[in-house]
Design a protein. Structure first.
Length: 256
């Protein structure tokens, strides 16, 4: 993911250069904060996204766009839902947040794209509360909060938003920050125990089916008979994860 590569002073003229940069780094999801003309006080929501549209036009057919959120379909990503929500307006700008569900090869997550006001600390404090409320009111999916906060990523006002919404800072670009919730944590072990035939396998199957669009499941099996093979479940998991099949050469396995 990348964000805020599109500067207010350089667009739309530099759209081709930005598109080349995006292609070079094989970006999968893109969030802009300067693709909209929000210098129109009095409007409920911004209506002029021509700068974002210009970039979309030169990115090519792989890309799907909703307002200032883009997904690279050629890398398996799509925007399955998108909506805007209010942020506190500044003295000279209408501020709006965006919320999108992004679906990709490894599941789905909810993306929040933000641009807080640059002139008013009071507006930023109000936006901190509005952002936290939107994040906490989101889906049960993992969440990524990306934006130009116009305050340092570790400042008190940004920290208040992060603490309220249970977010972890993972990228600090000064005032351009990425936070996550549900993408980090500690692993846990759960044992499913019961007599033969009571439905242990069915329980695990239904759990996988419920979350198959959001989680990658890797499976290994132990055997109760025959010759013992050390680390057999781990071997199964590695084969499944990397697409290793019987009959592959060492070079082919190495390439996988």
């Amino acid at each position: 993911m990348t964000l805020n590569i599109y500067g207010h002073a350089t667009m739309p003229d530099q759209a081709p250069a930005y598109a080349r940069l995006i292609a070079k780094h094989e970006v999968d999801v893109l969030a802009l904060q300067e693709g909209v003309d929000d210098w129109k006080i009095g409007l409920d929501r911004p209506v002029d996204y021509s700068r974002a549209e210009t970039l979309h036009g030169v990115l090519g057919q792989c890309w799907q766009r909703q307002f200032q959120v883009y997904a690279n379909g050629c890398q398996g990503y799509s925007i399955s839902r998108h909506e805007r929500f209010d942020l506190a307006d500044g003295p000279n700008a209408v501020r709006t947040g965006e919320r999108a569900v992004i679906t990709g090869p490894h599941g789905s997550f909810e993306l929040f794209n933000l641009h807080w006001d640059h002139e008013s600390e009071t507006a930023r404090e109000a936006s901190a509360d509005q952002t936290a409320e939107a994040v906490m009111d989101g889906t049960a999916l993992p969440r990524v909060v990306a934006g130009d906060f116009n305050s340092d990523c570790t400042s008190a006002v940004v920290g208040r938003m992060a603490n309220m919404a249970g977010l972890t800072l993972v990228a600090d670009g000064g005032i351009d920050c990425i936070f996550v919730n549900g993408l980090t944590g500690e692993g846990q072990v759960v044992d499913v125990v019961g007599e033969a035939g009571v439905g242990k396998s069915r329980l695990v199957y239904e759990f996988q089916r419920e979350f198959e669009q959001e989680v990658i499941f890797l499976t290994g099996n132990c055997v109760q008979y025959g010759q013992n093979i050390n680390y057999l479940p781990v071997i199964d998991i590695l084969k499944d994860a990397f697409g290793i099949e019987e009959g592959m050469t060492e070079d082919e396995i190495g390439h996988q």
